[in-house]
Ligand binder design. Structure first.
Ligand code: HEC
Length: 158
């Protein structure tokens, strides 16, 4: 019998190999890691769920919901004739000539207090639908009357 063997009374001989040191590093390392993680998780207020909610909110541009609350209901429908629709139509059809901010370019300044051809809703509708002076194209072929109304609303709010 040598140092690394131990013979029991029943005759079974056990080998006593020293425990490899990496085992201690792993074993105690994991315990220390668990304690630190638990302390951090409990005390910092961080949670992967909250982090997810924040990132989703940043992604969708919606305000952060408290995590315990049920999912937010679908956003309310846009009120009819509101500016966003008109603004999109403006950007797509008019900004090229009248400027992204409507202060004019090739076309006239549409933020002006008065328009050359009149600034009543009917005057503006006429300008957009049938064009003016040969250089302002008519849009009655491309835009529906409802879309032209949205544009009139949009211009009157500028
Ligand atoms: C091809 C360039 C061009 C595009 C595209 C264009 N416009 Fe014009 N617009 C003009 C020009 C140029 C005038 C000035 C015509 C004149 O003075 O005879 C004008 C005039 C107008 C007027 C009359 C302004 C006044 O003083 O009476 C309105 C209103 C108007 N545009 C709105 C729009 C809207 C809304 C759109 C998009 C649907 C649009 N325009 C797209 C070039 C354009």
């Amino acid at each position: 019998m040598n140092d690394s063997q131990h013979e029991h009374a029943d005759g079974i001989t056990e080998a006593h190999k020293p425990v490899p040191s990496y085992f201690y590093v792993l074993f105690f390392g994991l315990i220390i890691w668990a304690v630190i993680f638990m302390a951090y998780f409990l005390l910092s207020g961080w949670s992967s769920d909250a982090e997810f909610q924040e990132k989703m909110a940043a992604h969708t541009g919606e305000p952060v919901q408290a995590t315990a609350e049920p999912a937010a209901s679908a956003p309310a429908a846009e009120p009819a004739g509101s500016a966003p629709g008109g603004q999109a139509l403006y950007s797509a059809n008019c900004a090229g000539c009248h400027g992204a901010d409507a202060t004019g370019g090739f076309g006239t300044d549409l933020t002006a207090a008065t328009y050359q051809y009149g600034k009543t809703p009917d005057d503006i509708k006429e300008s957009i639908a049938n064009g003016r002076g040969g250089s302002m194209p008519g849009f009655s072929g491309q835009l529906s009357p409802a879309e032209i109304d949205q544009l009139v609303d949009y211009l009157l709010k500028l």
